[in-house]
Every structure is written in structure tokens, then in C-alpha cells.
Write a protein that binds this ligand. Structure first.
Ligand SMILES: [Fe+2]
Ligand SMILES: [Fe+2]
Length: 504
């Protein structure tokens, strides 16, 4: 068994932003507790100043256990990253102990709050993951978060390349990603990865009236991981994860529903629009896949003009199945919102037996960033509650999980709260269609599938233009990506589902 104390965001400074009392309280607890290791995930100081580093070096010496310290954006301010190395230690490194390896890295960008694991650093991380692939327990520690966090207001400062990093960690069987930064303690299970966010250990800037806290990670010999959020008030929140190896399983029973998920048709007369690819895909959808519902997750046209909507109608009239079309950001440019309603109608909830499809409007005028908004969030929560006993599919344009090969700058500005609602209320499936790349990731009990571009040349998908086929069985969901030109298939995800839905 290995026990780790995960502290973060101490924001040490000689002025009042820093609270020495909770710091000493937590450090005392750690020194007297059964801990093998302490990980500090950054923002050790408040502004990266020399006097702060002097204070911090002194405060960190109070910790009498092996200690890993990761730099945060505040530490990198004012060229503080150089002082970090002088006063604290290396900004990036590897810690090994028995079956365990902890790889920590500097995700900061000087003088910006955002994070990045770019270029050489990304390559370094990949090489380390290969070098330590034999280790049973792999932990990555960095300052910035990987998936949007609730209660952080405008969701920003995810790693710019969070999609790539998440893909890398998932493909290398990393068990735990520990981070801080947003001063919100939170634990998510993302496929086989536990994403452990520490709150803030000794800074006044807590959110939503919260108090200071730290996380306790226990790795059991049988592979179980416990994460406890421990607040200075003594309150605890416990999560426990059994991490089974990914395995292929076969569905029990017959298929209940088939969805074809499409996005970014971007119908237009621009050279990037590939009409023949779209025609080909529509033929395959009609003749080969014969879905129960076709869902277009946004950007059906490249600009909101009548001529494009007319053409879009011509293409999609040929789809034989019932359709649900939600607008994307390019659909509502210019007169697009009016035209969208005229041609495709305002998206509304569709009920089909036990299945309920809940469209969410996320697009905003003339900006690629989406928003659900506080009222929208409340409606979403209420709707999911209302249909609790059904299989709920939430459909929107903007992604809530980061997309590989894209710059993630908060595509959904309130993605943190939206993801929390979707996972807390256990939406059974979430379909999004932004970013030009297909990916399927399960967060908590909710599989989230993003579709790539079906007929737009400007995409980020090495598989090319594609659409997704999602089959729902009584005990599992299977999501495939289908190459739009050649028809070859790639598995996006195979998720066991536990659902209380009465199927008959
Ligand atoms: Fe911080
Ligand atoms: Fe930070």
C-alpha cells in the first residue's frame, strides 16, 4: 500500500493572500500521518517573487516526508520558474519507488494562466511513459487540469493540448493524473484514469465559500485506488476506484437502438466542402447502417446564408431515417439562426420508446466558443431528472471533453458545470460535434462521443472524413467511427452500461 498526500495551491507570500494556519495544520497532519509521499501540484508561491520563494522554501522544509513539487502558473510569473529551480528543485522529473512511478512536469507558460505540455515536453512525457511502461502504478502530476471542472465560473485554462495529453495518458495505462490550479477539489474517473484535482491548501481564494483542503490518495496492492478530499474543517469526501484492464466484451441481447452521429458537413461552395464524400456517406447511412435516428451535431452549413441552407436541405432530404439537427457556431452566422429554424426547425426533445434525445443549444453568434449558460444548466439538470427512468441522450455542438490535435481553450465556456451536471445526473450518452476529430471517452458513468467532420476538408482527424455509428444494447454501448470515403471502421469505445431502464 502506498499513501500519498496531495497538496496544492499554497500561494505562499508574506501578505494576507496566504494563510499560514491551514498550511501548518495540514502539514502537521501529514507529518504525523502514515504517508509515504507528498505531491504539491503547484502555485507554491503567489507571484513567483524572490521573497515569496524564500518564504516557500522555509515552509516546504516543514514537510518531513519525501516531497515532489510541481510548478504552477503563479510560480512562473515574473520569471519565477528560474527561482523555482533555485529554491525548490527541478520543475520536471521522475520519482520511482517499487511498483510506483510518479512523473511530474511543468505545464506552465510564462506570464499566462493557461497551461501547455507542448513540443519537446510532450515528447519527453511520451518517452518517460514508454520507459516506465512496466510499472504497475503510474501517476502524472502537473498543475493544470485535463478535463473541465465544476464551480470555476468561466471554464478556462485547461491545458491547450489537453486532448493530446489525455489521449497519451489513456493509451499508456496511466492510473492517476494529479493536478490543482482551479482551487476546486474534484475527482473524476475518465475511462481507466482517475483525475484527482486538489483544492487549495492555504490560499484565501477558495470558490463558492469553500475552505482549505488537501487530497489523500491510497494505492492498494490489489490495484484499488482511494481518493479522499479532506477539508480543514474535518469534512471528508471519499471515492474508491477499482481499475480493471480494458477488455473486449460481447453484448448480451439484441441491439435496441442505432444512432448515426454526424457533424461538420459545412455545406457550401467553398473548395473545402467535399460534396461527393457527403453523398457517399449518406448512401452508406441509408443502405448499410439503416439507423433509427441520424443526429447532426452542428455546422451543417459553413455560413448562415440561404443558398447554403437550400443545398443542405437537398443533401439531407436524401437521408431516409428520422433526423435531429442541432445548430453549430457556423450555422448561426449572418442570418443563419433564422434560416436554421426555417429549414430544420428549432431542435426539440425527441422521445422514442425508452430513449429520449435532449438537444442543447450551445452556439453563439460569430464566435466559435459555446455556452449553455446558467439557465440552460438548470434546464438541463431538470430535464435529466424528469427523464431519469429513461435512456437519456444529450446532444449539442460543443465538446465537453478535450479533443486530440486541437487547441483546447474552453470550447464550451461553462463546460465544467455542464460536465458535472451530465455526470451527476448520469446522462446515458452525450453526443457532441466540434473540433473536427472523433473521440469517445467515458467520464464517470457517462460515455461522451464527439464526431469528426463528415465532409469538410479542414479537420483534425488522421482517419479522414468520418461519421459515427453508435449501437445501444441492453448492457453496453458500442461506438464506431466510419471513414466517409472508404467505409472502413474504427472502434471509438465499448462501454458497459448499468442502466435501470425498463427495456420492454
Ligand atoms: Fe492557484
Ligand atoms: Fe494556478
Amino acid at each position: 500500500m502506498i499513501r500519498i498526500a496531495h497538496i496544492s495551491d499554497t500561494h505562499i507570500t508574506p501578505d494576507v493572500a496566504y494563510k499560514a494556519y491551514p498550511y501548518d495544520l495540514i502539514v502537521n497532519e501529514i507529518n504525523n500521518g502514515p504517508f509515504d509521499l507528498v505531491i504539491h501540484t503547484g502555485d507554491v508561491t503567489n507571484s513567483g517573487l524572490r521573497e515569496e520563494y524564500e518564504h516557500a522554501a522555509y515552509a516546504l522544509k516543514k514537510i518531513k516526508k519525501p516531497l515532489i513539487v510541481v510548478p504552477g502558473n503563479h510560480d512562473a510569473r515574473n520569471v519565477g520558474y528560474e527561482l523555482f529551480e533555485h529554491y525548490i528543485g527541478p520543475t520536471t522529473g521522475v520519482y520511482e519507488k517499487g511498483d510506483l512511478v510518479v512523473i511530474w512536469l511543468d505545464s506552465t507558460i510564462p506570464d499566462l494562466s493557461d497551461g501547455r505540455v507542448g513540443g519537446y515536453k510532450f515528447r519527453w512525457l511520451k518517452e518517460r511513459l514508454e520507459e516506465y511502461s512496466h510499472k504497475r502504478f503510474k501517476i502524472i502530476a502537473a498543475h493544470h487540469h485535463l478535463v473541465p471542472l465544476p464551480d470555476t465560473g468561466r471554464e478556462r485554462n485547461v491545458l491547450f493540448n489537453a486532448g493530446d495529453v489525455l489521449e497519451l495518458l489513456l493509451s499508456h495505462d496511466v492510473n492517476l493524473y494529479s493536478c490543482g490550479h482551479k482551487h476546486v477539489p474534484n475527482v473524476y474517473r475518465v475511462e481507466g484514469l482517475v483525475v484527482d484535482n486538489a483544492g487549495c491548501t492555504s490560499c484565501r481564494k477558495t470558490r463558492k465559500g469553500d475552505v482549505n483542503s488537501y487530497n489523500i490518495i491510497t494505492i492498494h496492492d490489489d490495484g484499488k485506488i482511494d481518493v479522499r478530499i479532506k477539508r480543514v474543517t474535518g469534512d471528508t469526501v471519499d471515492r474508491s476506484f477499482k481499475l480493471p484492464r480494458q477488455k473486449i466484451f460481447l453484448p448480451k441481447g439484441e441491439r435496441l437502438f442505432r444512432i448515426v452521429q454526424v457533424s461538420e458537413s459545412k455545406i457550401s461552395d467553398r473548395v473545402y466542402f467535399r460534396g461527393r464524400v457527403l453523398e457517399n456517406a449518406i448512401r452508406a447511412i441509408n443502405e448499410k447502417y439503416k439507423p433509427d435516428l441520424v443526429i447532426h451535431c452542428g455546422d451543417i452549413v459553413d455560413a448562415g446564408i440561404e443558398r447554403y441552407y437550400e443545398r443542405a436541405m437537398e443533401y439531407y432530404e436524401k437521408v431516409k431515417a428520422e433526423k435531429l439537427v442541432v445548430p453549430g457556431h457556423s450555422d448561426i452566422t449572418y442570418l443563419g439562426y433564422d434560416l436554421f429554424q426555417e429549414y430544420f426547425g428549432e431542435p426539440a426533445i425527441i422521445e422514442k420508446g425508452n430513449f429520449v434525445f435532449i438537444p442543447l443549444m450551445t452556439a453563439q453568434y460569430e464566435i466559435p466558443i459555446g455556452v449553455v449558460g446558467r439557465i440552460g444548466q438548470r434546464i438541463l439538470a431538470k430535464t435529466l431528472e424528469e427523464y431519469e427512468d429513461r435512456f437519456t441522450v444529450v446532444v449539442m455542438h460543443h465538446n465537453v471533453i478535450p479533443i486530440p490535435r486541437s487547441r483546447e481553450v474552453g470550447f464550451l465556456e461553462d463546460g465544467g458545470n455542464v460536465l458535472k451536471i451530465l455526470t451527476d445526473r448520469e446522462a446515458d450518452l452525450v453526443l457532441t460535434g466540434h473540433g473536427g476529430n472523433a473521440v469517445g471517452i467515458k467520464v464517470e458513468n457517462t460515455p461522451i462521443v464527439n464526431s469528426g467532420a463528415i465532409s469538410w476538408e479542414l479537420h483534425r482527424n488522421p482517419f479522414g472524413n468520418s461519421f459515427n455509428v453508435i449501437d445501444i444494447y441492453p448492457d453496453m454501448i458500442a461506438a464506431f467511427e466510419v471513414q466517409a470515403t472508404w467505409g472502413s471502421r474504427k472502434l471509438l469505445g465499448l462501454w458497459k452500461i448499468k442502466t435501470s431502464v425498463p427495456w420492454k
